[in-house]
Design a binder for this molecule. Structure first.
Ligand SMILES: Nc1ncnc2c1ncn2[C@@H]1O[C@H](COP(=O)(O)OP(=O)(O)OP(=O)(O)O)[C@@H](O)[C@H]1O
Ligand SMILES: [Mg+2]
Length: 243
């Protein structure tokens, strides 16, 4: 779909763990209606950027703007109230709670009147979750846990969905289902998605635009198509992969 105006603007962001600088002046823009992918090797700082958007850890320098509001120093719960939701690295579902209870945890108090409707939407996207509605999260397969993690994030009715490595450790068929679901959300609901992936091929195929991160800085950006065709990207991230 055609991209709209800028929704998320990250400018010159530096994030530290103690004295160690993990992000070294990052500039990223996500426009309304886009799927933007961030790719990079282990330890590049991808998850740190995702977490910095939510304010833990905080950016020590630079600014993060969401829908025109400066969120750089907002408390995390206030950032979430602006309708940014995430499926973090490792999924982080509640293992002792059922599928339904996990979805309840994702719903914000502001939206309870939409609860039934929103749960049905999640089940339409991931029918597997409906079949397992009363099963405890911790006993779900990896793929089902990923579906639940995304479903829980969607219950917050996000304007921006952040996904950290949704394909990690999953079989190709499940990865395809997850990526198809993300594409579907974007196409039918216009949901804006910012996606971190080590599966560079799948992510860039899905994405409107992409960024490459190396050692805490963005070294390349472009359309998903252009990055997929770029010799440097191919050599560093796609060799030995699917293409
Ligand atoms: N809690 C922490 N304390 C100290 N250093 C950290 C912490 N979390 C991450 N780091 C360091 O920050 C750097 C960036 O890590 P980050 O997790 O953001 O990378 P990543 O790109 O998400 O990697 P991966 O692909 O392995 O998930 C790494 O050098 C890492 O060791
Ligand atoms: Mg990570």
């Amino acid at each position: 779909m055609t991209a709209g105006k800028s929704l998320l603007d990250i400018r010159g962001v530096e994030t530290y763990y103690g004295n160690i600088r993990a992000l070294n002046g990052v500039d990223v823009t996500v426009n309304e209606g886009e799927i933007v992918a961030l790719i990079g090797a282990n330890g590049a700082g991808k998850s740190t950027l995702m977490m910095t958007i939510f304010g833990t850890p905080r950016a020590r320098r630079g600014t993060i703007t969401f829908g025109g509001t400066d969120i750089t120093d907002l408390p995390t719960h206030e950032i979430a109230r602006l309708r940014i939701a995430q499926s973090p690295e490792g999924r982080r579902i509640f293992p002792r709670m059922t599928v339904m209870e996990n979805l309840q945890m994702g719903a914000s108090l502001d939206n309870l009147k939409f609860f039934d409707e929103d749960v049905e939407k999640v089940f339409a996207l991931f029918p597997r979750l409906k079949e397992r509605i009363a099963q405890r999260g911790g006993t779900l397969s990896g793929g089902e846990q990923q579906m639940l993690s995304i479903g829980r994030a969607l219950m917050a009715r996000p304007k921006l969905l952040l996904l950290d490595e949704p394909s990690l450790g999953l079989a190709p068929l499940i990865v395809k289902q997850i990526f198809d679901a993300i594409r579907e959300l974007n196409r039918t609901q216009g949901l804006t998605v910012f996606l971190v992936e080590q599966n560079a091929f799948g992510a860039l195929k899905l994405a409107t635009r992409g960024y490459v991160m190396v050692n805490g800085v963005v070294t390349m950006s472009g359309t998903g198509k252009d990055l997929l065709a770029d010799p440097e990207v191919r050599a560093a991230y796609l060799e030995g992969g699917r293409h």
